[in-house]
Design a protein around this ligand. Structure first.
Ligand code: FES
Length: 116
């Protein structure tokens, strides 16, 4: 069966909106990569939880409703991210589901590659 399409909008710090589509089961990192979105330094470790460059800020209702809560490993990595917020997640750890259709996430203005 076809996987459902999920619309995702990335909003840059300057307000620019980048409207994209992913599929159920994709991570937000997959969405960035598959749509070739030009986000400086984003996803440097390719989803292996060692960089924090995929830091995104979610709407609170979405953050609270996500079935997969951040693991300790993700929390440790998030601690190294700049502009950390209470609804921050690592994009490589957030998996799209049908009910996330229309999701808007904020892209922080700076990235910190924790491997550097
Ligand atoms: Fe490196 Fe997500 S891509 S932690």
């Amino acid at each position: 069966s076809e996987k459902a399409e999920v619309k995702v909008t990335f909003v840059r710090a300057n307000g620019e909106r980048i409207e994209t589509k992913g599929k159920e089961g994709d991570s937000l990192l997959d969405v960035v990569v598959n749509n070739e979105i030009d986000l400086d330094g984003f996803g440097a470790c390719e989803g292996t939880l060692t960089c924090s460059t995929c830091h995104l800020i979610l709407p609170k209702d979405v953050y609270d409703a996500l079935p997969d809560k951040p693991t300790d490993e993700e929390m440790d990595m998030l601690d190294l991210a700049y502009e950390l917020s209470e609804t921050s997640r690592l994009g490589c750890q957030v998996i799209l589901t049908k009910n996330l259709d229309g999701l808007e996430v904020k892209v922080p203005s700076t990235v910190n590659d924790a491997r550097a």
